[in-house]
Each structure stands twice: as C-alpha cells, then as structure tokens.
Write a protein that binds this ligand. Structure first.
Ligand code: ASP
Length: 345
C-alpha cells in the first residue's frame, strides 16, 4: 500500500516550523516603528512590492448625479486627468512628494469646478473663507491655514506656514498678515465667486442646510521614499462665518507619516474631526499592521456613517487606497508601475 506522504510527519520537522513562527510573532509585535512590518489580519507578513512612486488625488466626495450631462462629466474627468499627469510627471522626474502635492492642489484650486481656490463655496454671508493644510511624512512637519479670504492658492500658504513659521496653523488677521509678509499672490474675495456656487448657496439657504463637495486633496510617495499629503477647500456651502472644517486640521483632513501612510479626506468635516480620520487610518496601519485598504475601510465604513465622504491615501510601499461611502468621489490614481486612472463613481 502506498502511504500518502502528507500523513507522515516526523517530530524533527517541527523545529524549523517553530523557528519560523517565532520570527513572525516577534516581527509583528515589535514596537520599533522604524521596523514597521505589515501583517495581514492573520498575522502573516504581506508580500509587498515596493513601488518607486505613487500618487492619488480627490476632487471631493458627495452626491454626484450619474445623470450629469456627458460634457460636464468629461470636463471633470479631463481636469482630474490633467492634474494627475502634473503629479505623475513631477514624481517620475524625481521631484518630491511635497512639490507634487502642492503643484496638483494648486492646479485644482485654479479650476472653478472644484470647491477650493477659485470656485470655493459661499458662507451664509455670501463670502468665501478657505482652509488648507499640507504635511511632510519625513518629519511630521505640517502647515495649515483656516478661514483665509484673500490668498489665491491656500495650499501654498499652508506650505509657507510649514516652512517659514514656527507654527502649524494660522487663521484670521494673523494669517492675512503672514500672507503679506510672504508676498503670496492675493485676490479680492470676489475672485472666488462663481454663479454655480451662488445658486448652490441659495438652494441650501432655502432648505436651511449645509452641503459639501469639490474639496481637493493629494497624497503622494516619491522616489526618495517620502510621503506627503495636502488638502484644500472652501468648506461647506452656507457654513457659518468662522466655521473651520477638517481640511486644515492635521489628523482630521490631512496626515502623512513615512512610517505608515499619507491621507487626504473629503466629506462632512465635523464627522472627520470627531473621528480624527486621517490620523486614525495611519495609526491603525502602524499599530495593527493591517493594509492601508483595510485600515481605511475600518474607519470610513466602521466609524463614519454612510454618505459622510471618503479618503484617498498612499502608503510607504506606494499602495493606493480610495475609499468612500458617498455615491461618488472625484478621484485619480497613478504609480510607477503604469497605473493611471481617473473616476467619479
Ligand atoms: N471636508 C470639507 C469640510 O468639511 C468639505 C468637503 O470635503 O467637501 O470643510
């Protein structure tokens, strides 16, 4: 009779198996974050291919009707495609993730389709107050501005605060003064006006509600292994003057840490603040070793309510997650392995 070989197991064979198991357990329990080692839910190290660079962007999440006319839809897709290409080319040429984040966000701020820079939504008093933030995953340096009224590109202001001041977040008159000191391009508040946003405001006022969609954000990994993220927004339509959302708050709307990932969020800001969404995703990755996708799903589907919004994120290996619970999220993803895609629903 032929005995099937897998039924035969000599005890000596247990030695290498036990050794392997102990190495796995030690590496997944290690506390040294420099030696972060991703493990799956079952504690098995993931096979992760390192990508040279990667970038993900969003142009806001919300109720985006599938019935929009094809011309409008294509306009959005082309804008996302163009923005993604700017970031892709910069990273491909060896540029830094910070430069890519700033350049792509600036491009989207200048496009009035999006609720950031030109095209920002109106406050209940029919003015504009813009929020933005940027973070460097190398050293957790960060800069942010809240409620700025006259800076054409708030993301550049956020970067100036990060690099040229001792602070992380500036608001109000102090922020306006700092913008003058830094010689940033200024505009009259009416520069941000668009008819579309004015109509949106009037509709929201009739319903006594506040809406959102069109915030922009970018997360990127560069060829030097550094992560960065940035977010820029006009906030919520019909918001109270002085209201600050999640976008300029490090840990809520934006976070980047080379030990885990870079995240930019979009959606109902108050919910993202309460749940420290961007930081929480990075922390879940770092502390539990699950993948970026898994960490993002745990937060977006487990901590927030359906329809609250979503995130785009890139981890230290160049893996991208784009997770949202709203009907749509304008988004794009590209990496050094040839991925290049934009989508809405
Ligand atoms: N999160 C932004 C805010 O609450 C809005 C958005 O992402 O659409 O200000």
């Amino acid at each position: 009779m032929v005995r099937k070989s897998f039924h035969y197991f000599h005890p000596v064979l247990l030695i290498p198996v036990l050794l392997l198991l102990s190495v796995t357990v030690i590496s997944s329990c290690g506390t040294d974050s420099d030696h972060y080692s991703p493990v799956t839910e079952k504690g098995i190290p993931e096979t992760t291919e390192q990508k040279a660079f990667a970038i993900a962007l969003h142009g806001g999440a919300g109720v985006i009707s599938k019935d929009i006319d094809p011309e409008t839809r294509d306009g959005y897709l082309n804008a996302l495609d163009h923005a993604l290409r700017i970031g892709y080319e910069l990273l491909d040429a060896g540029g830094t993730s910070l430069d890519a984040v700033e350049a792509v966000v600036r491009y989207l701020e200048d496009d009035e389709r999006f609720n950031a820079g030109k095209g920002a939504v109106f406050t209940s008093e029919e003015r504009h107050e813009l929020d933005a933030s940027i973070m460097d995953g190398r050293d957790l340096n960060a800069g942010a501005v809240a409620g700025i009224r006259t800076v054409k590109n708030p993301i550049t202001m956020a970067r100036k605060i990060m690099e040229e001041s001792r602070h992380v977040l500036l608001s109000g008159d102090g922020a306006e003064n700092f913008a003058s000191l830094m010689d940033l391009e200024r505009v009259d508040n009416s520069y941000f006006n668009t008819e579309r946003r004015r109509e949106q405001l009037h509709r929201a006022q009739e319903r006594a509600s506040a809406g959102n969609s069109g915030t922009v954000g970018v997360a990127a990994l560069d060829r030097h292994g550094n992560l960065a993220a940035g977010t820029s927004t006009g906030g919520m339509t019909n918001k109270m003057p002085g209201r600050i959302g999640d976008s300029p708050l490090i840990g809520a709307g934006t976070y980047a840490d080379n030990n885990s990932c870079a995240v930019s969020a979009t959606g109902h800001g108050e919910k993202f603040i309460r749940n420290a969404v961007a930081y929480q995703i990075c922390a879940i990755m770092e502390y539990t070793g699950v993948s970026l996708q898994e960490a993002a799903e745990q937060v977006i589907f487990g901590k927030l309510d359906e329809g609250d919004g979503g995130i785009i994120a890139v981890d230290r290996y160049g893996r991208i997650a784009m997770v949202f619970s709203s009907p749509g999220m304008f988004r794009g993803a590209a990496d050094s392995e040839g991925r290049f895609e934009v989508a809405i629903w």
